[in-house]
Design a protein around this ligand. Structure first.
Ligand SMILES: [Ca+2]
Ligand SMILES: [Ca+2]
Ligand SMILES: [Ca+2]
Length: 392
């Protein structure tokens, strides 16, 4: 039986961690009573459509903003509402919340694992968005790579209320965001090193980032600031209902509770993760990816993974041993007590430790299932050597 951490310090950590996943806004204002999510969603949908009909887009080089048609700061008779603006194409994407929350649980063997629970909000939300054009009218889709929903990202953000008031931005440089926390980050946090834990974007924000690509190359300039060719990073503006944004928390004095927000995001770079440190990149630890790779006998390319249209739910749903910890966060995927990393390991011809790739047919040691996913496939140990059974 797993039991919850009872050590006071660690319980506090768990709380802090869970709070990171919630709609806590951190604007410092009072969190108001919860309203019905569906009612708020429908109200927000109307507010966003109204915004698109009553506001217009101002492009001044890199500076993109909106203003009200009926009450503009600088009256201009030639403006068209956002919904009719030919310079952009407003598209819509239906999403559901991917706010998985976690708690730390102690295993019988004294180790700690993270138990995740499904998002409580299962409503579908429609997100209006557009890819931001540059000064020449070209869509800034990004010239680098698409991201997987579980990659960490380096993004420049600016957030606005529907009154066109900016309430948050992360500066000229951008910031590093990650979801969910990796086991290594969790360990750091448990030691009190919060400074090294990346921030999280709101659920709608991180899902919408999959619409654009990173800059093709980024270099670290002075002071560790990533530099990239102007216009080469993907840039997207999304209109976010509060249910998949700040919800009842709002943000500071400018974003009231239950109000939608607008986010302008520039996707600069991504970082692929191995959340559980088992030697398999998280992007591969989804059922559909493993199955296809098993069939082809090779790793899937990023394009092939993208074609599978995986959401973060697909990653959370893949739990081979059914212990509540998805494979991408589980360092022993089949729960046989042998770490996945050990199951991938072999000695090369120089007697050095080496690792098979996750799709290597040689890992079908006992059956047609890779041995790190087959609980019945268990090695012997002889004189400190791991000895695998031979296929029947
Ligand atoms: Ca992994
Ligand atoms: Ca794993
Ligand atoms: Ca195992």
């Amino acid at each position: 039986m797993n039991r919850l951490f009872t050590v006071l310090g660690l319980a506090f950590l768990g709380l802090t961690a869970a709070n990171c996943n919630k709609d806590d806004g951190n604007g410092g204002n009072q969190v108001v009573n919860l309203r019905d999510r569906k009612e708020v969603r429908d109200e927000n949908a109307k507010q966003i459509e109204e915004f698109l009909a009553k506001n217009y887009l101002i492009i001044e080089g890199d500076n993109i903003r909106f203003d009200s048609i009926s009450n503009p700061n600088k009256p201009n008779p030639n403006v068209v509402p956002l919904k009719d603006d030919k310079r952009i194409k407003i598209e819509r994407q239906i999403i559901t919340s991917d706010n998985y929350e976690y708690e730390a649980v102690r295993n019988p063997n004294g180790t700690t694992s993270l138990k995740f629970s499904k998002p409580k909000d299962e409503l579908e939300y429609t997100i209006a968005y557009f890819i931001v054009p540059d000064a020449d009218g070209n869509k800034q889709e990004g010239k680098g790579d698409y991201i997987s929903t579980i990659d960490s990202v380096f993004v420049k953000t600016k957030s606005y209320s529907l009154k066109n008031e900016s309430f948050d931005n992360n500066g000229n440089i951008g910031g590093y965001y990650s979801f969910p926390i990796t086991l290594q980050e969790f360990a750091l946090m448990s030691q009190g090193n919060y400074g090294l834990i990346p921030a999280q974007l709101k659920t709608a924000e991180r899902q919408l980032l999959t619409k654009v690509k990173t800059a093709p190359t980024t270099a670290l300039g002075e002071n560790g600031i990533p530099t990239y060719e102007k216009g080469s990073a993907g840039r997207i503006i999304a209109f976010v209902p509060s249910g998949v944004g700040y919800f009842n928390a709002g943000y500071g004095s400018k974003l009231k509770a239950y109000q939608p927000h607008i986010i302008d995001m520039t996707l600069i770079a991504k970082r692929e993760r191995d959340h559980d440190g088992d030697g398999i990149l998280s992007k591969y630890e989804a059922k559909q990816v493993i199955e296809k790779s098993s069939e082809l006998g090779r790793a899937l390319t990023d394009d092939e993974i993208r074609a599978l249209k995986l959401t973060i739910k697909d990653y959370f749903d893949f739990d081979t041993d059914g212990d509540g910890v998805p494979n991408f966060l589980d360092d022993d995927d089949d729960g046989d007590g042998v770490l996945t990393k050990t199951e991938l390991q072999y000695k090369d011809k120089n007697n050095k430790k080496a690792y098979y790739q996750y799709y290597d047919p040689i890992l079908k040691t006992c059956s047609n299932v890779f041995r790190y996913l087959d609980r019945a496939c268990f090695p012997d140990q002889k004189d400190g050597e791991v000895i695998w059974p031979t296929k029947k």
